[in-house]
Every structure is written in C-alpha cells, then in structure tokens.
Design a protein around this ligand. Structure first.
Ligand SMILES: Nc1ncnc2c1ncn2[C@@H]1O[C@H](COP(=O)(O)OP(=O)(O)OP(=O)(O)O)[C@@H](O)[C@H]1O
Ligand SMILES: N[C@@H](CCO)C(=O)O
Length: 317
C-alpha cells in the first residue's frame, strides 16, 4: 500500500455548524431542524502535536490534546481519505450547549468531518451531504446530522437496499418560528435512550405514524395544525421522569396553545410557533413558567438555519 500523502503545515479551514433539534414530536430519529446557533471551528495543519483551544460551552471540561473529539474524528477522516496531518491545531468557539437536546455531538462530528474534508486539495473534496453516512455511523441516527449538514428541516431514513442513511428536505412554511427554552441541567442522549421501551402497542404506533404524516403537512402548508402534528407517544412520556421540569414546561406551553415538544433527547424544550407574534408569546410564557424553577432557563428565538455547515478553506500550504 502506498504511504499516505502528508498535508502541508499551514493548510487551514474554518467551519460554522448549526445546532439542531431532532424528533419535532412524532418524528423520532427521523426529523430534524437546523437552528441559527453555530459552533465555529478552525483547524490548521501543524508540524507539532495536536492542540485544542476551546472557548464557550464545554470549555471547562473538554480535553486540550489529541483526545478532543473533533481532533480524533478529523484525523480518522483524513486517514480514511488517504492523507495524514502531522498534527492539527483546533480552535473551537462553542455556542451550542452540551447534552441538552440541541445536537451538540452531531455538530462536533459534522464540524470534524467537514473541516477535515476541506483540508484536502480542492479537486478531491466532496460536498457536505457526502458526509451523511460517516456522521450517522458515529451518531447512531441521522436526525441531527442531516440538518447540520444541509440546513432547514429534514426527514431521514435507512435505505432498504443497502441500509445506508438517506435524507430529504422538508418544506417549511415561512410563518414558522422556533423558540427554545434551555435549562442548565444536562441529560446525555445515551441515558435518555436507555429509558425507552423495547416495543409499543400497535395502536400507539398507528397514532404516531398518523401524527408524523400530519406534521409534514403542518410544517409545509398549515402551521395552525402544528399542535396536532407535534403530538408524540413514543419517547416523551417514557422520558418524562428523567426530565420532570421539561415535561411540565411542554405541558404548560401546550395548555396555552403553543406547539411545544422536547427537543431531541432533552431536556431543552422547543416550540414551533405560527408567526413572530406567537413566538414572542411562547417565549414570554416559557419565561413565566420557568421563573420559579430551580434550574436557570435560557429562552431563545433562533432563526431556522437555512444552510447547514458552512465551510471556508483558508489556505493550502
Ligand atoms: N463541541 C464539542 N466538542 C467536543 N465534544 C463535544 C462537543 N459537543 C458535544 N460534545 C460531546 O458530546 C456530548 C453530548 O452529546 P449528547 O449526544 O449526549 O447530547 P447532545 O448532542 O447535546 O443532545 P441531542 O443528541 O439530544 O441533541 C458532550 O458531553 C461531549 O462529550
Ligand atoms: N432521536 C434522538 C435525538 C437525540 O440524539 C433521541 O431522541 O434519542
């Protein structure tokens, strides 16, 4: 086997990857939405050892050496593409909170693979959507990585012929405005998946499939149907005991007419609102409902991220 080509020191790239909210209620492990809250990552090839500089979310706990997830995955990706970097210098500005249901791990995986890909010579680079399979393999499900790669709202599935992931864009009505309420407590996706039942009754599966189909219609054509279209039975109830404050906030917002769901594996709460005024009302209701909660909640009204990961190759040495 020929020795892998070595990238020149100084070769550099900057990527900006959006937060994502998965499930959207009934679209468990399949639907997702990209949000304008981005981590920024720059990666530079160096002759010395791997180094990670991290500011923002996770800065107090993430490693500063080659064991950082982004550095590990970037090296892995380069090896898979037949090149090597002697060392990599990572600068990460993290804005997506970790283990809250806003796709931080998917964002890190997508950032690592997209940045590594952009370090390759222009003729060899593949577009972000070509990274879906590798990113899904790492995450275990495609619902966050797909919108992080391509932006907007997506529905993803596993192909029948070769079991590879695939994704398609979902049309989003221009009136839809997302609101997120983020508590200061973490819940790992791994832990949240551990409480799900092995199987569900046929009637539950049938009801869930109907609401997922309705959600697609509500997102595209009839935002006024979002309340009905965001109803879920598969994951939110089984997980409620692991995030009681989030379950109470979802219920409180829905009682007030806002289409609230648990974002991803939680504990963030997402409301899909019909217009800017409804979004302001949902944000105000979320602030009021969490004002006396022991957890500090942040309520944001991020725009939908129309594009996924942004990649800017800086310099090829
Ligand atoms: N920017 C990052 N750099 C390095 N590691 C990260 C980064 N973001 C997330 N991680 C790792 O991923 C973990 C969080 O992943 P997890 O899947 O539990 O939650 P999430 O992706 O934030 O939420 P969800 O999958 O429900 O949307 C963090 O604790 C950290 O180990
Ligand atoms: N669909 C996933 C999203 C979190 O990664 C879950 O709810 O477990």
């Amino acid at each position: 086997m020929p020795a892998p080509r070595t990238l020149a020191a100084g070769t550099a790239v900057v990527v900006a990857v959006p937060a994502t909210s998965a499930n959207l209620g009934p679209g468990f492990d399949s639907m997702g939405l990209a949000l304008e809250l981005r981590d920024e990552v720059s990666l530079t090839v160096v002759d010395g050892p791997d180094v990670a500089e991290v500011t923002g979310e996770g800065a107090d706990v993430l490693p500063r050496d080659g064991s950082h997830l982004i550095l590990r995955l970037a090296h892995e990706h380069l090896r898979a593409r037949g090149v090597r970097a002697p060392g990599l210098h990572l600068r990460a500005v993290n804005r997506i909170p970790h283990a809250r249901g806003l796709g931080s791990s998917a964002a890190a995986v997508v950032a690592a693979y997209a940045a590594a890909e952009a370090l390759l010579p222009a003729a060899d680079r593949r577009p972000p959507e070509a990274l879906l399979e590798a990113a899904t393999d790492f995450e275990g499900h495609p619902d966050n990585v797909a919108p992080a790669l391509v932006g907007g709202a997506t529905v993803s599935w596993t192909r029948d012929d070769d079991a590879r992931p695939a994704t398609a864009p979902l049309r989003l009505h221009e009136r839809i405005v997302p609101v997120v309420a983020i508590p200061d407590t973490e819940l790992s996706t791994h832990a949240a998946r551990g409480v799900l039942p092995e199987s569900v009754p046929h009637a539950v599966a049938a009801a869930q499939a109907g609401r997922a189909a309705l959600l697609v219609h509500a997102l595209a054509e009839r935002p006024e149907l979002l309340m009905a279209g965001t109803r879920d039975w598969l994951h939110q109830d089984p997980r409620a005991a692991a995030m009681t404050a989030s379950a109470a906030l979802v219920a409180g917002l829905r009682e007030r007419g806002h289409a609230a769901v648990v974002s991803g594996a939680g504990p963030t709460v997402l409301a899909l609102c019909d217009g800017a005024e409804a979004a302001e009302q949902a944000a105000a209701a979320a602030r009021a409902l969490t004002a006396d909660d022991a957890h500090a909640w942040r309520v944001l009204v991020p725009a939908v991220a129309a594009d996924g990961v942004r990649v800017e190759p800086l310099h090829h040495g």
